[in-house]
Design a protein. Structure first.
Length: 163
């Protein structure tokens, strides 16, 4: 896997900052994606590339419990959201929608805007190619990894039901 850009955000980024309520007339990921972080980082959707990382501080995804926020982030092509901590419901919704949410207080404190990152899940680290350092990530339950790999909970249930 190649190194990809880090987009750095602060603490307490709420779901309204991730996807503004004015766009919640749809749950179509392709229609939501162009508006991710629109009011917080106007340049994000024009410049984000497939495989990039969002790196945030504490309590990422606080606010409402709607699944639109992780669904929209995933639709931008972001490989993972790395944060010091997540709101509980956002984290659950992320895995349910197939978005990888990784806890790493080290990465949240050390990664700078634009740093080039690479994820090594087998070793449990995020490699920072610009700073020549690694950050530990909290291990994930194998079931959560299976959800992400399979596209989320609904996709998993559909496969189980054969629909």
């Amino acid at each position: 896997m190649h190194y990809r850009r880090a987009w750095v955000l602060g603490d307490h980024v709420d779901t309204d900052a991730i996807i503004a309520a004015r766009y919640l007339i749809t749950s179509n990921p392709r229609r939501l994606a162009p508006h991710v972080l629109e009011d917080l980082r106007a340049d994000f959707c024009e410049q984000v590339a497939f495989g990039d990382f969002l790196v945030a501080g504490r309590n990422f995804g606080c606010g409402s419990s709607r699944e639109h926020a992780p669904l929209a982030i995933r639709a931008t092509g972001v490989a993972a959201v790395v944060a010091a901590s997540f709101s509980r419901i956002f984290c659950r919704n992320a895995f349910n929608t197939g978005l990888l949410a990784l806890r790493s207080p080290q990465a949240a404190a050390g990664v700078r805007e634009g740093d080039r990152l690479r994820l090594d899940l087998k070793r449990g680290v995020i490699e920072n190619g610009d700073q020549k350092t690694e950050y530990a990530i909290e291990p994930l339950d194998p079931f959560l990894m299976e959800l992400v790999a399979g596209g989320g909970l609904i996709a998993r249930v559909r496969r189980q039901l054969g629909t």
